[in-house]
Ligand binder design. Sequence first.
Ligand SMILES: Cc1cc2nc3c(=O)[nH]c(=O)nc-3n(C[C@H](O)[C@H](O)[C@H](O)COP(=O)(O)OP(=O)(O)OC[C@H]3O[C@@H](n4cnc5c(N)ncnc54)[C@H](O)[C@@H]3O)c2cc1C
Length: 485
Amino acid sequence: MRAFQIAIIGGGVAGSAIARELSKYNLRVVVFEKGSDVASGASKANSGVIHSGINSPPSSLKARFCVEGNRMFPRLSEELGFPVKWTGKCVIAKNEDEIKELERLKHVGMKNGVPGLEMLDEDEMKKRESHVACCAALWVPTAGITLPYEFTIALAENAAENGVRFLLETAVTGLKKQDDYFVMETGKGDFQAEMVINAAGVHCREIVSMMEDPDFQVYPCRGEYLVLDKNYRSLVNSMIYPVPVKELGVLGVHITPTIEGNILLGPSAEFIDDHEDTRTTGPMMRTLLSEAREIIPEIPERAAIAAYAGIRCKLSPPESGGWADYRIEERDGMIHLLGIESPGLTAAPAIAKEVVRMVSRSLELEEKTDFNPKRASKPRFSELPAEEQSRIIEGDGRWGRVVCRCEHVTEAEVIEALSNPLGARTLASVKYRCRAGMGRCQGGFCTQHVVRIMEEHFGMNIRDITLKSPGSYLFPGRTRGDSSD
Ligand SMILES: Cc1cc2nc3c(=O)[nH]c(=O)nc-3n(C[C@H](O)[C@H](O)[C@H](O)COP(=O)(O)OP(=O)(O)OC[C@H]3O[C@@H](n4cnc5c(N)ncnc54)[C@H](O)[C@@H]3O)c2cc1C
């Protein structure tokens, strides 16, 4: 049996942020992630917004961790090399009642310590966002955007570089206490730990129920998105939000520019039964488009290049208003993170600090002298000056071979992505690290090249190559030339 001091169940943004925070200390830490890479759940499928803290009631954990987390992003981005843009956001009103709601949000935000909030009238708003239809707006300058999967990967890779062990494709299927230790059952055998942190996202209740009768339910709530082509990026300068949908405890369909120059429309809010049902649906796509067009009428019918969905981990059902605060609780050597829905991406770094404070009450924490806060990351090759590109290509021709035409990704960048410290080796792992397959053709051109690189440089058998999750094989058999198939 392999023994650790701390086991984290779940390699989402919460588990990865905690892993990185714990990697600052002399501890043996392991992260179990059932997916083929970190950011397999909600952490890869959200709006990527660094929220400011205007939406949660003062004195709630959501407000506290959101505001604290927001302030941590500039330093994290600098240390870990993931992108952040402080675009700001406008929450818009369509009528007098909604203007009153904006005043209320401003008041809540100020109580939560959010700086720079400002009411804009129709004329001021027209100067800022000429395509947006509204009669007033609340300007929130401290809201920003990031790439949620890249942020999560950066946290996890830095934690791994500082000694945390990540076990991918390793679901925890059983958990019991034996003397002073927890024993975790997985498909790769049993593991032992002194403390366990439940960061399993929408599956947090399943982990609790391995030890006790949970006193709560999880109500999965799907949010679907449309991704617009980069041609439409000029439609907005900042994020545009409607007033929140109080009845469902969500922020409503908003228009969000992405770091890469696309625009997101969404998310929808649909309570469903299945915790993993991330399908996107025709009717919802049409609803998203029509709601977004109420804000920006110029959005064309056929502007979308992709769609995706994420599942919110709600602790409150729609009939109770859909809002509940986070529950971060320690019991019998376990720390449970329950109901980490939005603004969980923003709050994760602050939640991680809190969890380490909780751990320090049970385990003696000794700071490492050799902790390296910097992640080894490089700028995108396509963004380097031409002379530097030529110099690099002269040294290694693989930097000159473009394999993803849409996003201008080179063969060398794909090789670097596949050499990640977590050992993640799916097509999605490549996409989320270097963007090959994320552009307009959605992998139509580059997939064959990425597969070739996986075979040639990493000795992978084509039959074992997966899209993104265990068992999602890309090549189930040959269509000709191999009679054994
Ligand atoms: C539609 C939508 C939009 C959102 N927008 C924003 C936003 O703009 N800004 C913001 O701040 N927040 C946003 N959020 C919230 C944010 O995405 C989540 O709060 C955050 O990602 C939760 O992270 P997590 O690590 O708790 O969960 P997850 O990312 O779901 O990670 C949990 C991990 O645990 C793993 N796991 C589960 N069970 C097991 C097991 N038994 N063994 C091993 N591994 C297991 C899963 O595979 C998963 O990878 C949004 C969420 C959604 C759904």
